[in-house]
Ligand binder design. Structure first.
Ligand SMILES: NC(=O)c1ccc[n+]([C@@H]2O[C@H](COP(=O)([O-])OP(=O)(O)OC[C@H]3O[C@@H](n4cnc5c(N)ncnc54)[C@H](OP(=O)(O)O)[C@@H]3O)[C@@H](O)[C@H]2O)c1
Length: 329
C-alpha cells in the first residue's frame, strides 16, 4: 500500500506492507484523512516520545474491508470514522499512563489502509460526506471535552473561542453555537471572523490588535468561558475578560508560557484555569451524538491530493487555514 512515511524531518510517499488484522481488529481502507497540529509538531520534532519512521494521521474516514472474527462481519463494507484514542483508561476525567493517539507510534491514517481495534470504529454520520466526516474525530473530541466537561458550557452563556481558525477551535465554535450559547471569536484573520459571524457568532476580535479582546469583552459584559490553545502572553488579556467565576479552558499552549500571570485577578475573581486534552471514549460517543443531533458540519479548509500531502502540512505550519485540512488518500 501507499503511505506517507515520516523519517527525520522529511516525508516520503512510499510503498509499504499492508498491515494485517489481529484478534478483534479491522482493516479500514482510508478515503480521507485530516491533519491535526499534533502531526505538524511531530514533523518538527516537537512532540514527546517520537518514534521514526512513522505513518502519522489520527483522523480518517474509510470503509471496513477485513475483520478478524466472524462476530464482527457486520462491519464489512460500512463507512466508518475512527476513534483515535488508544487506551484512554478507566477514569473518564483523564488519560491513563499507557495512553496513545493513533498515528505514531501506532500506524496512522495517512496511508491507504490502517488496522484498528474493532471498538475504535464508529459508523460515519449519514448526513456528512466522507470528506467532512474525516474531520471529526480528534478535533471534535478535544473541543467537546474542553467545552462541556471542563467549561460546563450551557445555552445563553457568553463563550469566547480564541484562534477560531484552528481545527479544534472551529469545532468548539460550532458546538457552542449549536447549543445556543452566545459565541464570540478571535482570530488573526478578518475573513475568518466574518465567516464565523455568518455562521452564527455574535461578534469577533482580531487578537493581533492591541486591546481588541478587552474592548470586545467590555462591550458584551465579559465571558463565562474562554476556550484557548495558544496561552502565551495573550493569556492575561483573556483572563481579564472573564466574568467573576469564569473558566479559562486550554487544550494546548502553542505560544508557551506567559511572561507573567496576574494571580490576584485569578483568585479575587474566583476564576478557574482548566487544562484539557482529547477526552474519553464515552466523550467520543457523546460528541458524535451531539453532531448527529445538530447536524454539525465541520468547517473544511482545503483538500489536498495524497501526492501533495506535504503541502497540506506546510499550510498548517504557516497557519493559513480556517478549519480542517484534509488529505484525499
Ligand atoms: N491536548 C490535546 O489533546 C490537544 C488536542 C488537539 C490540539 N491540541 C493542541 O492545540 C493547538 C491547536 O491545535 P489544532 O490542531 O487546532 O491546530 P491548528 O489547526 O494548526 O490551529 C492553530 C490555530 O491557533 C491559532 N493561534 C495561533 N496563535 C494564536 C494566538 N496568539 N492567540 C490565539 N490563537 C492563536 C490560529 O488561529 P487563527 O488562524 O484564527 O489566528 C491557528 O489557526 C496545538 O498546540 C495542538 O497541539 C492539543
Amino acid at each position: 500500500m501507499k503511505a506517507l512515511v515520516l523519517n527525520t524531518n522529511s516525508f516520503q510517499l512510499e510503498e509499504v506492507t499492508t498491515p494485517t488484522v489481529g484478534e478483534h481488529q479491522a482493516l479500514v481502507k482510508i478515503n480521507y484523512a485530516a491533519l491535526n497540529h499534533r502531526d505538524q509538531w511531530i514533523r518538527e520534532g516537537q512532540y514527546a516520545k517520537i518514534q521514526l519512521p512513522a505513518i502519522l494521521g489520527s483522523d480518517g474516514c474509510g470503509e471496513v474491508i477485513v475483520v478478524s472474527n466472524e462476530e464482527h462481519r457486520h462491519w464489512i463494507g460500512k463507512p466508518v470514522i475512527i476513534n483515535p484514542n488508544i487506551g484512554w483508561g478507566s477514569d473518564d476525567r483523564f488519560q491513563s499512563k499507557e495512553y496513545q493517539i493513533l498515528g505514531m507510534p501506532a500506524q496512522g491514517t495517512l496511508a491507504e489502509y490502517v488496522v484498528v481495534n474493532i471498538d475504535r470504529l464508529y459508523e460515519k454520520p449519514v448526513y456528512l460526506s466522507n470528506e467532512q466526516a474525516s474531520a471529526l474525530p480528534l478535533a471534535g473530541l478535544t473541543a467537546y471535552n474542553a467545552l462541556f466537561n471542563k467549561g460546563k458550557a450551557e445555552k445563553g452563556m457568553n463563550i469566547l473561542i480564541s484562534g477560531v481558525g484552528g481545527g479544534v477551535a472551529q469545532f468548539a465554535f460550532l458546538l457552542a453555537n449549536a447549543i445556543g450559547a452566545n459565541v464570540y471569536v478571535t482570530s488573526s484573520k478578518e475573513n475568518v471572523i466574518q465567516r464565523c459571524i455568518d455562521l452564527g457568532a455574535k461578534c469577533g476580535a482580531n487578537y493581533t490588535e492591541k486591546e481588541a479582546v478587552k474592548n470586545l469583552a467590555k462591550s458584551v459584559g465579559g465571558f463565562d468561558i474562554i476556550i484557548d490553545s495558544a496561552c502565551g502572553d495573550g493569556m492575561n488579556e483573556l483572563i481579564a475578560s472573564l466574568k467573576p467565576a469564569g473558566k479559562f479552558v486550554f487544550y494546548g499552549a502553542t505560544k508557551g508560557l506567559p511572561k507573567d500571570l496576574n494571580m490576584r485577578q485569578i483568585f479575587w475573581n474566583h476564576l478557574q484555569l482548566l487544562g484539557s486534552t482529547m477526552g474519553s471514549d464515552e466523550d467520543f460517543g457523546k460528541m458524535i451524538a451531539l453532531c448527529n443531533e445538530h447536524q454539525i458540519i465541520p468547517v473544511l479548509d482545503k483538500t489536498f491530493d495524497f501526492t501533495d500531502a506535504v503541502a497540506a502540512f506546510d499550510r498548517m505550519k504557516n497557519g493559513e487555514q480556517f478549519g480542517k485540512i484534509i488529505v484525499k488518500i
